[in-house]
Design a binder for this molecule. Structure first.
Ligand SMILES: [Zn+2]
Length: 452
């Protein structure tokens, strides 16, 4: 099945579906992006700059908010933006601003042709944003390119451990859904519905479907791997695993490799832009899609410029409701410039969690959730954890105990947290049954409850 279906799907069925039935240009964009990734770093930078300049001029001419806002910031004409440094002086776009001014962010000529999508509302209000058909098709193409770096291709047998709707769709909707996934050679497992019994069902489903690729939220995938290992379950080995929603840590890659006998690849995306960066076969950071997006690393107060920074992203192809210098709320660390794979797209070393979730110290420093992950590395007997900042000097540690839980690990946790947060913080403990995923599939390692 595998050998026949995948090429048939890629060469015949999918092109027919995309170009014929849906009249989409996705495959043409995919070819364009795939050839671009091998250009020299200078050529790519020049291409990105041309795209950015054209978009800036469009926003100035067509998008009321930017004309008003950049004018207030002192810009007299888009020609004054002569370098990336000039661009970095324009104001940063944030979620509250989009909520307040969404209408003024739409270019009138595109108004009637926009698709709309909303971000999950698990933390704060949902955010609604529009994008053009071209920008959507390009996003899909960029996603296919990024997944291909891990060896994952269209039509390959793929299991998703993902955010399926909790209630199964009924009637025709269900039939259509199943048919669609069957045509795409996919099987879906719901990452929001995981407990001991589901783990057994999911492991059995993987053994029945025998995927070549598993694409999954990192937290649930690692928990499934740990369950498989604990129970000595004989699991099918796919060729590769792709993690999403959270960073993959070395200890997680190790358990995934042990259990599934396959390498894991990190990806990073968000609802607003889809795939932003993904890992190649060199397993040394994630290539940023800079021929599609403009990505800046905004420095944090008191932090090292090469350390965790605020991600500020511009979608170079969304002319309908452009997000210019949009801080999506995530922190990331820049990566090495060169890669042994030969692609010249610059790299993101890792994603450091959400800025809003980072613990805030009295001296103004932020402690991203990523640091806390390392505090918990030597901790045993705990299935999940979360550190909540209740007050400046009061942290609550929530633990989901495993069968071999022993409260003596509290001392290890207190020690580790005080190393990063200082000796003055009071640390309380609470055991809970589970720590829920956010709407976008993240398990929040830290939660800051201080007023913004
Ligand atoms: Zn590479």
């Amino acid at each position: 099945m595998k050998d026949l279906y995948e090429p048939l799907f890629r060469r015949v069925l999918y092109p027919a579906y995309e170009s014929g039935l849906r009249r989409r240009d996705t495959l043409r964009y995919l070819r364009e992006y795939e050839s671009q990734q091998w250009r020299s770093a200078d050529e790519l930078a020049a291409l990105q700059w041309r795209k950015l300049k054209a978009l800036i001029a469009h926003c100035w001419e067509q998008v009321p908010l930017y004309r008003e806002w950049w004018g207030e910031a002192g810009l007299g004409s888009p020609d004054e933006i002569r370098s990336r440094e000039d661009y970095a002086r324009l104001p940063v776009l944030t979620k509250p601003l989009i909520r307040a001014r969404a209408e003024a962010m739409i270019a009138p000529a595109f108004r009637d042709h926009l698709y709309f999508k909303a971000t999950g509302g698990s933390t704060g209000e949902p955010l609604r944003f529009g994008y053009t058909r071209e920008s959507y098709e390009r996003r899909i193409a960029v996603m296919f390119r990024g997944y291909a770096w891990a060896g994952a291709h269209l039509g390959q047998r793929t299991t998703y451990l993902w955010g399926a709707p909790v209630a199964a769709p009924a009637g025709f909707a269900l039939f259509k859904d199943r048919l669609y996934h069957a045509a795409f050679n996919r099987s879906m497992l719901n990452a929001f519905d995981m407990n001991e019994q589901r783990m057994a069902e999911y492991a059995a489903a993987i053994n029945r479907f025998k995927p070549e690729t598993i694409i999954a939220y990192v937290g649930p995938l690692v928990e499934l791997a740990q369950w498989i290992e604990r129970n000595g379950y004989g699991i099918h080995h796919p060729q590769r695993l792709l993690g999403a929603a959270e960073s993959l840590h070395p200890h997680q890659r190790d358990v995934l490799r042990r259990v599934f006998g396959a390498p894991a690849f990190d990806t990073y995306g968000c609802r607003e832009f889809m795939l932003v960066a993904s890992e190649c076969e060199a397993h040394d950071g994630l290539h940023l899609n800079i021929d599609h997006l403009h990505v800046e690393f905004g420095p944090l107060p008191g932090a090292d410029a090469n350390g965790p920074s605020e991600l500020i992203i511009t979608d170079l192809h969304n002319y309908g409701m452009p997000l210019m210098r949009y801080a999506n709320g995530d922190l990331g660390t820049p990566g090495a410039a060169a890669c042994s794979c030969g692609r010249t797209l610059p790299k993101l070393a890792k994603v450091d969690g959400r800025k809003l979730d980072a613990l805030r110290l009295r001296d103004g420093r932020l402690v991203p959730g990523e640091y806390i992950v390392y505090v918990f590395l030597p901790v045993t007997g705990v299935k999940q954890y979360q550190v909540v900042q209740r007050e400046h000097d009061v942290l609550l540690v929530r633990l989901v105990p495993d069968t071999n839980y022993d409260p003596s690990v509290h001392a290890v946790i207190v020690d580790g947290i005080r190393k990063v947060a200082g000796d003055d913080v009071a640390i309380e403990f609470e055991t809970v049954d589970a720590i829920a995923l956010t709407a976008s599939g993240k398990r929040r390692v830290t939660v800051c409850e201080l007023p913004a």
